[in-house]
Design a protein around this ligand. Structure first.
Ligand code: LLP
Length: 404
């Protein structure tokens, strides 16, 4: 699908051409894919008319956020930095939600001052601080309370958030206690119940369980939440033939939930909007052949893309140019960093590769560039946005001098 005349294409430009023009490693995003993902998301959920707040933590490039705004999405932010860049991208404050277990006083004041839609609180201590600020400003501040439903999201352990052993949200009893205590506050307006059980969820059943539990909680609270924020987590297909979340099933579950609850749904998708729209274009520095395998040493490393090293995540790696020569030997794609975990993928066979060839690491639009670092004093890669025949630098490659 992506190959034309044996060349890998991102929209109308070959990966080789992009690599030549902008150098490697480079994160390259497809405008069309982002647009299609947004339109597809909206279409699938249109009958429940949700407020879709893009999770800025997944990709916080300003130009990508401009795109998000162009398609009328709001933002889910988790820091003053993310809130600042979302506002800079002209995302309207009344479409911004602020999540996170440890917002500082400075961050709370900033968010309150910007009059965002709501702050999703995760502890009573945080509510106390918000109330103090609100009282000082003689204002009523909108908040959500995050509930921890103790639901297994059936995803990677390190990206599960909705189990009781995770630091996120409040247990049922604490939730009800806080609701009771603050529902008549003069300075706090509890308008939302929020929940987020994890990321890269590919089966609707964890969502089903979560909705059942929330439903019970709402019944028990006898409180009418204006918003129910269901978080993000919608999984994508990283590997061929792997599962991906069935939006229709999820939507139908929400629809029946809404029959009993008169609330507006908020979603906070990140990965499902940008994940498969990003590619990390890399070059082969060397191929080191041993008896048992070929190490394909790339010019990108774990500092550029941390997911494989951090979570054991698998990202497909495709050649920029197809050939017919199969090498029936294990290939391990690695980076040049002095760490054993600096490896991307192991495959039983691969086509013949040569030093200097270009390869494409797929599905890195979410949690790719945002997790990059300068480890080993490596400057961060450039970011490029491709729209049809046009490729534009949306963030320059970091200069070595800027990190010294
Ligand atoms: N809302 C909240 C409260 C979240 O904590 C997250 C992700 C999202 C929304 C967006 O989730 P998404 O739709 O993107 O799955 N670095 C990890 C993922 C960490 C996700 C953290 N929270 C990775 O690379 O897989």
């Amino acid at each position: 699908m992506k190959y034309k005349n044996k060349q890998f294409f991102i929209e109308n430009l070959s990966a080789e051409k992009i690599a030549k023009k902008f150098g490697t490693p480079a994160y390259v995003y497809s405008y069309e894919k982002i647009r299609n993902n947004i339109l597809n998301f909206k279409k699938n959920f249109n009958t429940i008319n949700p407020l879709i707040c893009f999770s800025v933590k997944s990709n916080s490039n300003l130009k990508i956020l401009n795109l998000i705004n162009k398609f009328n999405l709001g933002a889910d932010v988790v820091s003053k930095g993310e809130l600042t860049i979302a506002l800079k991208a002209k995302i309207k404050p009344d479409k911004i939600v602020f999540s996170g277990v440890g917002k500082t006083l400075d961050e709370l004041k900033f968010a309150i001052n910007k009059k965002i839609l709501l702050i999703n609180t995760e502890s009573e201590n945080e509510i106390v601080e918000i109330e103090k600020i609100a009282r000082k400003n003689n204002r009523k501040v909108n908040i959500g309370i995050r509930f921890n439903p103790d639901t297994d999201a059936k995803t990677l352990k390190n990206i599960s958030t909705g189990k009781k052993e995770n630091k996120f949200g409040l247990t049922k009893n604490k939730f009800l206690e806080i609701l009771d205590k603050y529902k008549h506050s003069k300075f706090i307006n509890i308008i939302c119940l929020s929940v987020h059980i994890g990321s890269q969820i590919t089966n609707h059943v964890p969502y089903k369980n979560m909705l059942l539990i929330i439903n019970k909680l709402i019944e028990k609270s006898k409180y009418n939440f204006e918003y129910i924020d269901l978080g993000g987590g919608m999984g994508i297909q990283y590997e061929k033939n792997s599962n991906k979340l069935n939006y229709i099933k999820y939507k139908n579950l929400i629809k029946s939930f809404l029959k009993k609850n008169n609330s507006k749904i908020i979603f906070e998708p990140g990965r499902s909007i940008v994940g498969d729209a990003g590619y990390l274009i890399s070059k082969i520095i060397y191929i080191k052949s041993t008896n048992s395998k070929n190490f394909v040493i790339l010019d990108s490393a774990m500092n550029d893309l941390l997911r494989p090293a951090l979570y054991g995540a698998k990202h497909r790696i495709l050649p920029a140019k197809l050939n017919k020569k199969k090498i029936l030997k294990k290939h391990e794609f690695v980076g040049p960093i002095c760490e054993t975990t600096d490896k991307f993928l192991k495959v039983p066979k691969y086509q013949k590769l040569n030093q200097g060839d270009t390869v494409i690491i797929c599905d890195v639009g979410a949690y790719g560039m945002v997790l990059s670092s300068n480890y080993n004093m490596r400057p961060k890669p450039a970011e490029i946005l491709v729209n049809k025949d046009l490729a534009k630098v949306i963030k320059k490659r970091q200069k070595l001098s800027s990190i010294i």
